[in-house]
Design a protein around this ligand. Structure first.
Ligand code: NAP
Length: 247
């Protein structure tokens, strides 16, 4: 129980990678705020799973792209648990289209959730982190932010932007012992990749030296480690978790 007494907010914690991260942090003893935007029932299911296993968690609705909703989520966290120690910026969406067909709305939706959302959430917790002279932020990026992908200009730019955000905040907040890092998952089995056609899945798997898609736990285990004191000297890193896809 390396996170006993700590409080974590996991954005998009009700489904996919976020739910595995919420559960992994709870297993390490953290009290978890499971944020969701639309999936109330699955967020409540994650909360129930954590509570049944002896942990503590609440579900809090907030669209991470909306400053007032993010501020309310952090206020609710502080009212309920009295502190916040860990922020996992996991919420993310895709609106894949070739550039010629990509609308301004497709661009804005992805940037607002994936990049602006991380900025707003970091901004909302930073004064608590500065006051207590500790805190951890993990941004969930993507291998696509490093290598790009046809049809994903908006998504790739948002994830590359997260790298800049991670490194800048790592420099800005490091002197107050606030650690900021990112993970860059490869192809992970979630609703997001379920949208791929079988032939795309097969092609994706072939590109991975480990010969399989990732599981949500593959990401959650590394994120949980990055939150613990065992990772106390890791700062401003973007850790690939992709079976060797990018190296
Ligand atoms: P997913 O299954 O589609 O889940 C997306 C999550 O983001 C949901 O919990 C969703 O909550 C939440 N979300 C979306 N918009 C939101 C908003 N405006 N405010 C708050 N929450 C919002 O996706 P996933 O595969 O688990 O992906 C999680 C993260 O990993 C994303 O950042 C994604 O880009 C990244 N990633 C995934 C893969 C992959 O292969 N799966 C690879 C690399 C990186 P609601 O349902 O409540 O809206």
């Amino acid at each position: 129980m390396k996170l006993e007494g700590q409080v974590a907010i996991v954005t998009g914690g009700g489904r996919g990678i976020g739910s595995a991260i919420a559960i992994a942090l709870a297993q390490e003893g953290a009290k978890v705020v499971v944020n969701y935007s639309r999936s109330a029932a699955s967020a409540e299911a994650v909360v129930s799973q954590i509570i049944e296993a002896g942990g503590e968690a609440i579900a809090v609705q907030a669209d991470v792209a909306q400053a007032t909703q993010v501020e309310r989520m952090v206020k609710t966290t502080l009212e309920k648990y009295g502190r916040v120690d860990i922020l996992i910026n996991n919420a993310g969406i895709t609106r894949d289209k070739l550039l010629m067909r990509m609308s301004e709305e497709d661009w804005d939706a992805v940037m607002n959730t994936n990049l602006k959302g991380a900025f707003l959430c970091a901004k909302a917790v930073v004064s608590a982190f500065m006051r207590q002279r500790s805190g951890v932020i993990i941004n969930v990026g993507s291998v696509i932010g490093k290598v790009g992908a046809a049809g994903q200009a908006n998504y790739s730019a948002s994830k590359a932007g997260l790298v800049g955000l991670t490194k800048s905040l790592a420099k800005e907040l490091g002197s107050r012992s606030v650690r900021v890092n990112a993970v860059a998952p490869g192809f992970i089995e979630t609703d997001m990749t379920a949208a791929l056609k079988p032939e795309q899945m097969e092609a994706a798997t072939k590109m991975v030296p480990l010969g399989r898609l990732g599981k949500v736990e593959d990401i959650a285990n590394v994120v949980a480690f990055l939150c613990t004191p065992a990772a106390a000297y890791i700062q401003g890193e973007v850790i690939s978790i992709d079976g060797g896809l990018f190296m």
